[in-house]
Ligand binder design. Structure first.
Ligand code: NAD
Ligand code: MG
Length: 298
């Protein structure tokens, strides 16, 4: 993918490989200060009307996977609302510039998803902006590496669960009354749900819970004609990682332990969300789609 969506390319030779020397950042990190710059598909993603007329809310849409998903959705013909933390306005401005150029209706609504009231208000505002809602992409997430359980504070434990799990739960709950038959929810789990790292003792369980929630919720809402799936990325080059998602040593080698020996770029993950949002995947629900560079979801 990356620079060219259509032509034959060797995936092992696409995109940057370790070693990396991007600086560590405070959380939440900004794509703006990463090098190499993550590829969100700005120059490469070509739409073909696969989401024409659709109305999408994308959380974490300022940067990383969320930005790539928002760009792909808009280029496929969807109107898109993105949400992100107020501290990420610089990245959100960059994302919005690309989104506005699509000519679709787009809007940016900053706020903190760990606040249930904001989640409720966000759904109401998105429905208002888009005159409805039929795609919910829950992409926002928090990951802070801690070598030992002794260093993992109760505050971090609660925050990680709130961003990754509670916010997704609240957004699904408040969105559901608005979703018509044919709507799609796409959650973001991780290879960490299957192969948890010792330094992600809080994060990995949230991703396992997201997988279980996705499977259970898919069965609950199937009768309404709503599909619920999840994407499970492997290592992806986003601001989550240099903002203490990894140790500096692990960040240097980021992606080296995949069969492709490199991290994925956000632009390589977005097509999975497009597929799961579009009616092309009409017989797929309660599924987890891995985008891992070859490591197994097992
Ligand atoms: P990212 O930092 O670009 O995106 C995460 C986003 O979450 C931030 O941009 C921010 O807007 C949002 N967020 C965090 N806390 C929030 C809060 N309290 N309120 C509102 N928004 C908040 O990084 P990313 O890697 O693109 O992450 C997107 C998703 O992908 C996350 O769920 C992450 O767990 C998942 N994921 C990432 C990787 C990876 O290697 N990058 C691998 C597997 C899964
Ligand atoms: Mg961000």
């Amino acid at each position: 993918m990356a620079k060219d969506q259509a032509n034959l390319q060797n995936p092992t030779e696409q995109n940057p490989k370790p070693p990396f020397d991007t600086p560590m950042q405070a959380e939440p990190g900004l794509a703006k200060y990463m090098h190499p710059k993550p590829d969100h598909g700005e120059d490469s993603y070509k739409g073909s009307g696969r989401l024409k007329g659709r109305k999408a809310l994308v959380t974490g849409g300022d940067s990383g996977i969320g930005r790539a998903v928002a760009i792909a959705f808009a280029r496929e013909g969807a109107d898109v609302v993105i949400t992100y933390l107020p501290q990420e306005q610089i990245d959100a401005d960059e994302a919005m510039e690309v989104l506005q150029a699509t000519g679709q209706k787009v809007a940016a609504i900053p706020g903190d998803l760990t606040d249930e009231a904001f989640c409720r208000e966000l759904i109401a505002k998105a429905v208002d902006e888009l005159s409805g809602l039929d795609i919910l992409a829950n992409v926002a997430g928090k990951q802070i590496f801690q070598e030992s359980i002794a260093d993992l504070t109760t505050q971090q434990l609660q925050d990680t669960f709130a961003v990754n799990l509670y916010a997704m739960f609240w957004l699904c709950k408040y969105a559901l009354p608005h979703l018509p038959a044919g709507a799609a929810i796409i959650n973001t789990t991780s290879i960490q749900a299957y192969q948890p790292s010792p330094g992600l003792l809080d994060y990995a369980p949230t991703k396992a819970a997201i997988k279980a929630f996705t499977e259970a919720f898919a069965k609950q809402v199937v009768e309404r004609g709503i599909r619920v799936n999840a994407v499970a990325p492997g290592p992806i080059w986003t601001p989550l990682q240099p903002s203490h998602g990894q140790t500096p040593e692990k960040l240097r080698k980021f992606g080296a332990n995949t069969p492709m020996k490199r991290p994925g770029q956000p632009a390589e993950v977005a097509p999975a969300y497009v597929f799961l949002a579009s009616p092309e995947s009409s017989y797929i629900t309660g599924e987890v789609l891995g985008v891992t560079g070859g490591n197994h979801l097992s």
